[in-house]
Ligand binder design. Structure first.
Ligand code: GRF
Length: 199
């Protein structure tokens, strides 16, 4: 399967995906491009060092739809079949979602539907939950909302801060994302409503 990865920053999930594809842990796949909406995203250099083609597509005062159209074109030009959001900090337009139906996945650092949106780990700390975690889900038109593929729970200590909790959750994000991509690439699943069934 031909994967396109979208990032905005550090790119640790992106790196984990590239390495899992490279080692064959995610079988029969290729990362065809990494797209960032920020020219200075740290992840772009990491991708280049690993021999992956990169493009920065900045918003440049355009509408969300115009910006997304250029990203869709970059992905389609390289034959991307699955789009992996890995710390991509923009909401996708309905056109983007329609261009890759059930073919966009995201990782979010909370147990959805709790704490969607920005700063999920800080939201969890401020709320005082004792369990949080991460979620890999398909992307639909609503923020952090599509059908859930996998979740992993992480205990929250009373002494945790947004920073320590982020680090604890990140330890599990990479493995969870790879496990979800293995399921998708093996085409070993079906989506029924909000539920994803797999063996
Ligand atoms: C991760 O916490 C991910 O769950 C969220 O953004 C962060 C990206 O980190 N969507 P990285 O760029 O993959 O290191």
């Amino acid at each position: 399967m031909r994967l396109g990865i979208l990032i905005s920053g550090r790119g640790s999930n992106m790196t984990a995906i590239i390495e899992a594809v490279g080692s064959g842990a995610i079988p029969d796949s290729e990362v065809v491009v990494v797209v960032s909406d920020k020219t200075g995203a740290e992840g772009l250099e990491k991708a280049k060092r690993r021999g992956i083609e990169t493009v920065a597509v900045t918003r440049k005062g355009r509408t969300r739809e115009e910006h997304d159209a250029e990203i869709i074109a970059e992905l389609k030009r390289r034959g991307a079949e699955l789009v992996c959001l890995a710390g991509y900090m923009r909401l996708l337009s309905a056109d983007f979602v329609a261009a890759f139906p059930n073919r966009i996945v995201n990782i979010h650092p909370s147990l959805l539907p709790a704490f969607p949106g920005l700063d999920a780990q800080r939201q969890a700390i401020e709320y005082g939950v004792r369990v949080s975690g991460c979620t890999v889900h398909f992307v639909d038109d609503e923020l952090d909302h599509g059908a859930i593929i996998l979740q992993k729970a992480v205990e929250v200590a009373a002494t945790d801060t947004a920073e320590t909790l982020s680090a604890k959750i990140l330890e599990h994000e990479h493995a969870l994302y790879i496990e979800a991509l293995q399921l998708i690439v093996r085409k070993n699943y079906k989506i029924v409503g909000r539920k994803v069934f797999y063996d």
